[in-house]
Design a protein. Structure first.
Length: 393
């Protein structure tokens, strides 16, 4: 009680008096000699003694200090101030159960499985107002198997291999594209999918088919795709021998509404083609001149057709020399004609070798502004060498 009265009296004394700030010279130690203090300047309204009317306050006073005889209390330092406890201070981490926040126990997350069951915290560990329970976790989505297979027709055997399977979402995205979900090259793949609708796409060579498939929860799905396709393997002969594969190429086309639609081009001998069942027109080119054979081919579903094409042609070597058996002259241009005058081949530069169909031809050589010509014949499977001379030209 005495401390309270002392503080009230001190506050009243401050309200009734006004102290002028002391100069730097007046801030000496208490009880120091007067000679060391500079006299205070005289201001209007001041008395000569330097005090205001009503008295002066000098020296140091502890206005709110304890009374005489009470123990001295020092001012609290920042280190003495106790901050309120925080859940996130490091010194509290070892005292906090990380599984409990605001009285609710969090489930443990398993990165390899579904969420663990949720249990509310015991009432004793949290106020009743904070008691809460997380909603029960949603039932995990169980994937269901989708079994796929492909056949050549409704009653045909299963395709043993060579099918490329892809599964897409049934709804396109913002760009109009269907998202690829899974793919496989197995003959009879199995896909584990979430219940929903999908598009199954199967490709067998140049044959493809697509179908919508629904995968239902708790019900495995099976889908069989019918790919009416057949196989073709082409080869070429000149006489009784096979020419180099680089000299022969095939082009296949089929009738589509009265128009010939090219199906495959630049096909090398021995290549296996998987084609839609039907009729095809095959063109075999031996070289790049007139050694061409055209045939029609029927490809049945589920069958492999080995087709052979026989050319009646031969390679021909052309040279322009200054005399029989002489050196070959460079900078020579060539033109090959049929007996009827049709141009088979026309070259600006040298033409050392050409593949020609069996028959009669005329070779014309141009060198240094002059022309030389000679007739020759081609027999199937017999290589020929034709020499033109400038003597007597």
């Amino acid at each position: 009680m005495s401390r309270i009265l002392h503080r009230v009296l001190a506050s009243a004394l401050l309200a009734a008096s006004v102290q002028t700030p002391a100069s730097a010279q007046d801030r000496g130690p208490p009880g120091g000699p007067a000679a060391n203090r500079a006299p205070a300047p005289t201001l209007p309204g001041r008395e000569t003694g330097g005090g205001l009317i009503g008295g002066t306050i000098s020296g140091r006073m502890n206005l709110i200090g304890p009374r005489s005889g009470e123990p001295h209390q020092r001012e609290l330092q920042p280190a003495d101030r106790i901050a309120p406890p925080s859940m996130f201070l490091p010194e509290r981490l070892d005292k906090v159960d990380p599984a409990i926040v605001d009285g609710v126990r969090l489930p443990k997350l398993d990165p390899t499985g579904p969420l663990a069951p949720v249990h509310p915290a015991a009432p004793a560990t949290a106020p009743a107002s904070r008691e809460a329970a997380l909603p029960p976790p949603a039932a995990p989505i169980v994937k269901e198997p989708l079994f796929l297979s492909a056949t050549f027709d409704e009653n045909g055997a299963k395709i043993p291999g060579g099918v490329k399977w892809r599964v897409f979402t049934d709804q396109p995205d913002a760009n109009g594209e269907h998202l690829l979900v899974a793919e496989s090259s197995e003959a009879e793949p199995r896909f584990d999918l979430d219940p929903g609708n999908y598009i199954v796409h199967a490709v067998y060579g140049l044959v493809s088919a697509a179908k919508f498939v629904t995968v239902r929860a708790g019900q495995p799905a099976t889908q069989r795709m019918i790919l009416k396709a057949g196989g073709v393997r082409l080869s070429a002969y000149v006489g009784d021998a096979k020419p180099p594969d680089g000299d022969v190429s095939f082009t296949l086309s089929r009738d589509e509404g009265g128009l010939a639609q090219k199906v495959a081009d630049h096909v090398r001998p021995g290549t296996l083609l998987r084609l839609p069942a039907g009729a095809y027109h095959v063109v075999s080119n031996y070289g790049d001149a007139n050694a061409i054979v055209e045939v029609d081919l029927q490809v049945p579903s589920g069958k492999l057709v080995n087709a052979q094409v026989h050319h009646r042609a031969a390679p021909v070597t052309l040279k322009l020399v200054d005399h029989p058996g002489g050196r070959e002259l460079g900078n020579t241009s060539w033109t090959i004609l049929t007996p009827g005058g049709d141009v088979i081949r026309d070259s600006i530069g040298a033409l050392p070798r050409i593949l020609l169909a069996e028959g009669d031809y005329t070779a014309i050589a141009r060198h240094d502004g002059r022309m030389y010509q000679q007739s020759f014949a081609v027999k199937a499977g017999v290589a020929a060498a034709v020499q033109l001379t400038t003597e007597g030209g």
